[in-house]
Design a protein around this ligand. Structure first.
Ligand code: G3I
Length: 462
C-alpha cells in the first residue's frame, strides 16, 4: 500500500506518541520537517541506506564525514572478498574487513558482507583449482569467513554473479560451477551453519528487469525455497546507464513474492537522466514492502569503479548532486513500511530462539576414521555439520552412522548420500569427498526438525 502524505503524517504522529511513551527519540518525516540525510529518511520506512566503502579511504576526512553523516549500512568494496580474506590456502586475513566492520560498529552502522564466493577476485591458488579439491576449498572458505564474522553482519552475499548474461537464463561457466551444479546451495548451507543470524543473499547484475537472466535466478530461488535451502535475500546490483527497466519494480516484487527480502546492492547510474532515474529506483524499493534498503556503490564520483562516468550521489569534492536530492525527496515522500525479518529456514518454526552450538566427538579409531558433530540449534530445528577425519591411513571412501534423538528428522543434506531420515541415519561419501588423506578431514551436513541435542556419529572406512 502506498502511503499518502496524510496517512504518513498520521503514522508519524502515532509513532511520535509511541516513541514519547517509550522514552525514545525518533527522526520523523513530516511535510514541515523532512529528514535531511539519506540514512534518516530511509529509516522512516524501516529501511537502511548504504554505501560501498574502501578501507583505504577511511583516512580521508571528506569521505568519512559524508559516510558518518549520510549512511546507515556499509558494504566493504573489496575487503571481504576471497582474494582479500584467504590470500593463501588456509591462511586468513581479516585486516581490511575488520577495519570496516569496526568503523561501522563504532558509528552505529550495520554491514553487508560481500562476497563469500565469486568467480572474480578468486585468489590465484583457487583460480588454478578444479573439481573436488576446489569444492572443499570453497566450502572451507565459506565456513571460515562466515564463522569469523558470525553474529556481526546484517547479511552476506553468499554467492555473487553466478548466472550468465544473454538469453540462456543458465549458470555462468566458471571453475566454481564446474565443481557441480549444487555448489550454490552447498555454499548457502555452509554459511547458515556457520552464522545462523546473517541473512543469506544471492547477488547479481543485469537482473534489474524481468529478463532471461533474472528469470533464471528467480527459478533458482523458487527451487531453493521449495526445498528448504536457506536463502533469505536477493541483491539487485543496479549498475544502470540512462534508465531503469520499465518493470524494475515488478521484478523486485516477483522475487519478494517468493518470500525473500530484496535489496538494491550496488546502485550507480550514469547518463544525463541520472537524477530522475535515481528517483525512480528509490521509489521502486519504497513500493515493495520486502525491499529492505538501497546501497550505492561508492560515495563520491571519484570513488566510483566507473571511472569518468560520474554515477554517484556526491561529486569529487563531496558536494551533493541533483541525484542526491532526487533520492532524498523520494525517501521523504514515504512508501510501504518494511519490517525487518530474521533469517529463518523454511522448514523450521518462524520464531527461532538464540541458536546454540554444541560439538560431540567420537573416539578416533587408528587406521580408520572418526566423526564429530557440530550442532547449531534453534527452537524446533537444527543444522548438523559432521566432520569426518581420516585416521593414520588415507580414506578411499567412508560411511557415517548417525543416531538422531526421538522426534528429530532430517529434512535436507549436503555433501553426502543419505539413507533414512529418522533414528539411525547412514551417510556415504559422494564422488568428490571420498578420498581423505591421513589425518585430514572433510565435512558434510544436514538440516533437521525437532531437537538435534545428543546426536551421535560413528565413522567407518568403506
Ligand atoms: O589493491 C590493488 C593494488 O595493490 C594494485 O596496485 C592495483 C593495481 O591495479 O589494484 C588494486 O586492486 C584493485 C581493487 O579493485 C582495489 O582497488 C583491482 O585491481 C581492481 O580490479 C578492483 O576492482 C574492484 C572490482 O570489483 C573487481 O572486479 C572494484 O574496486 C569494485 O568496485 C568492484 O566491485 C564489483 C562488485 O564486487 C560486484 N559487482 C560488480 C562491482 C563492480 O565491478
Amino acid at each position: 500500500m502506498k502511503m499518502t502524505s496524510r496517512s504518513l503524517s498520521r503514522a508519524a504522529l502515532a509513532s511520535a506518541f509511541l516513541a514519547t511513551s517509550l522514552g525514545v527519540s525518533l527522526v520523523l518525516a513530516t511535510s514541515a520537517g523532512a529528514a535531511t540525510t539519506l540514512g534518516a529518511s530511509a529509516a522512516q520506512t524501516g529501511r537502511y541506506f548504504g554505501t560501498a566503502v574502501s578501507a583505504g579511504k577511511l583516512g580521508d576526512s571528506t569521505y568519512v564525514n559524508i559516510l558518518n553523516r549520510e549512511f546507515t549500512m556499509i558494504t566493504p568494496e573489496n575487503e571481504m572478498k576471497w582474494d582479500a580474506t584467504e590470500p593463501n590456502r588456509g591462511q586468513f586475513n581479516y585486516t581490511g574487513g575488520d577495519r570496516i566492520l569496526n568503523q561501522a560498529v563504532s558509528t552505529g552502522k550495520r554491514v553487508r558482507g560481500h562476497a563469500l564466493l565469486w568467480y572474480q577476485q578468486e585468489p590465484g591458488w583457487a583460480q588454478r583449482m578444479e573439481g573436488s579439491d576446489l569444492r572443499q576449498a570453497m566450502m572451507n572458505h565459506v565456513t571460515q569467513v562466515a564463522t569469523h564474522y558470525k553474529g556481526k553482519l546484517y547479511s552476506w552475499d553468499v554467492v555473487n554473479e553466478a548466472f550468465a548474461d544473454g538469453g540462456s537464463g543458465a549458470r555462468r561457466d566458471s571453475n566454481l560451477q564446474r565443481t557441480g551444479n549444487d555448489w550454490i546451495e552447498a555454499a548457502f548451507r555452509a554459511a547458515r551453519a556457520a552464522d545462523p543470524s546473517a541473512k543469506l543473499c544471492y547477488n547479481d547484475y543485469n537482473t534489474d528487469g524481468v529478463n532471461a537472466k533474472s528469470t533464471g535466478i528467480y527459478n533458482m530461488v523458487r527451487d531453493f525455497k521449495s526445498r528448504g535451502v536457506p536463502i533469505d535475500c536477493v541483491g539487485f546490483q543496479s549498475h544502470l546507464t540512462n534508465s531503469a527497466p520499465g518493470d524494475y519494480q515488478a521484478n523486485l516484487q516477483r522475487f519478494a513474492d517468493l518470500g525473500v527480502e530484496v535489496q538494491i546492492t550496488e546502485l550507480d547510474i550514469s547518463g544525463s537522466n541520472q537524477a530522475a532515474v535515481y528517483g525512480t529506483v528509490t521509489r521502486a524499493c519504497l513500493a515493495v514492502a520486502r525491499c529492505a534498503g538501497l546501497t550505492v556503490w561508492g560515495i563520491r564520483d571519484s570513488d566510483s569503479w566507473r571511472t569518468g562516468e560520474n554515477p554517484l550521489l556526491f561529486d569529487g569534492s563531496g558536494n551533493k548532486k541533483a541525484a542526491y536530492n532526487a533520492v532524498l525527496d523520494a525517501l521523504n515522500a514515504g512508501g510501504t513500511t518494511t519490517t525487518p525479518t530474521t533469517p529463518t529456514t523454511p522448514t523450521t518454526p518462524t520464531t527461532p530462539t538464540t541458536p546454540t552450538t554444541t560439538t560431540t566427538t567420537t573416539t578416533p579409531v587408528p587406521g580408520d576414521c572418526s566423526a564429530s558433530v557440530s550442532l547449531n540449534s534453534w527452537n524446533g530445528g537444527f543444522v548438523a555439520t559432521v566432520k569426518v577425519t581420516a585416521g593414520s591411513t588415507a580414506l578411499d571412501g567412508w560411511r557415517v552412522t548417525t543416531v538422531l534423538p526421538a522426534g528429530a528428522a532430517v529434512t535436507s543434506a549436503w555433501n553426502a548420500g543419505q539413507t533414512g531420515s529418522t533414528g539411525t541415519v547412514t551417510w556415504a561419501n559422494v564422488t568428490y569427498n571420498g578420498t581423505v588423506a591421513a589425518g585430514q578431514s572433510t565435512e558434510f551436513g544436514f538440516q533437521g526438525t525437532g531437537s538435534g541435542d545428543g546426536i551421535t556419529a560413528a565413522c567407518a572406512a568403506s
